[in-house]
Design a protein around this ligand. Structure first.
Ligand code: GAL
Length: 535
């Protein structure tokens, strides 16, 4: 290619431009799943060696993360954090230096409170009072400037009243913000903070962490993988801009079936979760290595747009998920056919439902094989607990007409506190709704609104926006597009779901549509439809 054409492509491709901007999901290895607190320096170094020798480093895996188990208490006089005297007899510095000497990055673990989870639940008595609480700056300096770590996972056991002997109980937002500020104050701006609070914490977390856990600990069994996938199905609006929902460390290569391992890994990839391998890298089975290094599946996770897939179709207990890859709103998309049931199922998608038009070239990413061009739709039989991942390249990208409420950004969404008690929205199952899910408990506060932030239309002009809702009493609904004036809609109580419409100007490209009412609760919402009004 001539240099001029190449430069033009570089400048004109949004994906390439974005790749310079967003951090991609963390890829690496973590000690917890296989070793729990039974870790030591030679074990960690051997895993780092194996990361390089196996080819995992070349496939993109970079971080060697030391989880719980390395603590050695604190110096009672200075408060200095100590390293376990027999597990790491030479301290941590040589281990970090060794990891770095291999061209890898090093990760460590702490707690937002005083005690760690290992201290509470794994009887690691030496690990009392070793968390960040009261030692934020001192520990951040030690981890990131003295030792040179590049990543930290911050757990929450010691910050919960049941998790520590002093019955201390802290606010996650306050704790993670203080820790994030302490990390920034070290002068290191490249440290990745992972918040481990076991449920989606709230949209504030994107301001403080690179990634955050959304579930309790993963277990080495299919039921656990399926549960975590269920919990992340409607969290895509909260990932993005280099910040990710963390579905937990991988159990791939331990003892699930090959099909389950593929589904587990493939879903973590398309959902843009961090990929932290949890098995012993020194004894990888060939099929495990092949799966973890499949370049086309890994590329889905490391796609420069950094997007998490959303549910485009639900059919019984099976799902089709989709996300843009390579270019935003371009002709290439990736889909997952996810069958968590115990029977093989035929899954299908109409291309128009995922905004692809004309001929669509389908590529199977697990098999790394082109399946040929298809017109209008595509179907495959997916085994029990199975997954198909496909790259679709279409002649045209069509305008999206249907925006499910459960794919919208909800600024107050959180899973830490009882949503009824504090008035925050939830994604609720309702078989009367398209996709089987609705959003409830919006409104009553200006901030408790719903925003479709990715309404992309082809031209400036007037568009009909229709909302499917269920109102149990008379209610006003305000609709606003971008910074325009809001339109008031008056809804009557209804027995079943009804539709209300409004015509609003939208601009060519990206728009945000917002529904709000700061005084009343909003109706339950199923979806929004967007149609161009023909001239
Ligand atoms: C849990 C955490 C696990 C692991 C463990 C260490 O709270 O979710 O991933 O880090 O603590 O004790």
């Amino acid at each position: 290619m001539k240099i001029r054409t190449f430069l033009f492509l570089l400048i004109s491709s949004p994906a390439l431009l974005m790749s310079a901007q967003v951090d991609l999901p963390t890829m690496g290895w973590s000690s917890w799943n296989t070793y729990l607190i039974d870790i030591n320096d030679s074990l960690i170094k051997k895993q780092a060696d194996a990361m390089v020798k196996s080819g995992l480093k070349d496939a993109g895996y970079r971080y060697i993360n030391i989880d719980d188990g390395y603590f050695g208490g604190r110096d009672p006089k200075t408060g200095q954090l100590l390293i376990h005297p027999t597990r790491f007899p030479n301290g941590m510095k040589p281990v970090v230096d060794y990891i770095h000497s291999l061209g890898l990055k090093a990760g460590i673990y702490s707690d937002a409170g005083a005690n760690t989870c290992g201290n509470m639940y794994n009887n690691d008595t030496i690990a009392a009072n070793v968390g960040f609480y009261g030692h934020e700056m001192q520990d951040a300096e030690f981890f990131f400037n003295t030792l040179g770590f590049d990543f930290i996972k911050v757990d929450f056991c010691g910050a919960q009243s049941i998790g520590n002997r002093q019955h201390r109980c802290y606010e996650p937002q306050e704790r993670y913000t203080a820790i994030s500020n302490a990390i920034k104050a070290t002068g290191r701006d490249d440290v990745r903070l992972n918040a481990c609070r076991w449920d989606y914490p709230g949209t504030w977390i994107s301001d403080v962490a690179a990634s955050w856990r959304i579930s309790e600990d993963i277990q080495n069994e299919w039921k656990s993988v399926k549960n975590i996938i269920n919990q992340s199905l409607y969290l895509s609006p909260f990932a993005g801009g280099g910040h990710y929902n963390d579905m937990d460390m991988l159990e791939v290569g331990r003892s699930m079936s090959p099909e389950e391992d593929r589904t587990h890994f493939g879903m973590w990839c398309i959902m843009a979760s961090p990929l932290l391998i949890g098995c012993d890298l020194t004894s990888l089975k060939p099929e495990t290595l092949e799966l973890l290094t499949n370049p086309e599946v890994v590329a889905l996770n490391q796609d420069p747009l950094g997007l998490q897939a959303y549910v485009a179709k639900r059919d019984g207990d099976t799902y089709v998920l989709v996300k843009d890859i390579e270019n935003l709103n371009g002709n290439v998309r990736a889909i997952a056919f996810y069958n968590p049931t115990d029977e093989p199922k035929e899954l299908s998608i109409d291309f128009s439902d995922i905004q692809l038009g004309g001929n669509v070239q389908v590529r199977d990413l697990f098999a790394r094989k082109d399946l040929g061009k298809k017109l209008t739709s595509f179907s495959q039989t997916i085994p029990a607990h199975g997954l198909g991942l496909y790259r679709l390249e279409a002649d045209e990208r069509l305008m999206r007409g249907l925006y499910e409420a459960e794919t919208a950004f909800l600024p107050t969404y959180q899973e830490l506190y009882n949503p009824i008690a504090i008035g925050t929205p939830t994604h609720d199952q309702d078989e009367r709704c398209s996709g089987g899910v609705k959003v409830t408990r919006l409104g009553h506060r200006a901030s408790n609104d719903i925003r479709w932030r990715d309404v992309i239309v082809p031209d400036d002009g007037d568009y009909r926006l229709s909302f499917r809702y269920l109102a149990d009493k008379k209610v006003r609904l305000y609709v606003q597009a971008n910074d325009g004036e809001a339109t008031q809609l008056n809804l009557d109580p209804s027995d079943g779901f009804e539709t209300v419409e409004v015509v609003m100007p939208l601009k060519k490209g990206d728009n945000e549509v917002r529904l709000f009412n700061e005084y009343q609760w909003l109706p339950e919402l199923d979806y929004m439809k967007v149609e161009k009004i023909s001239e």
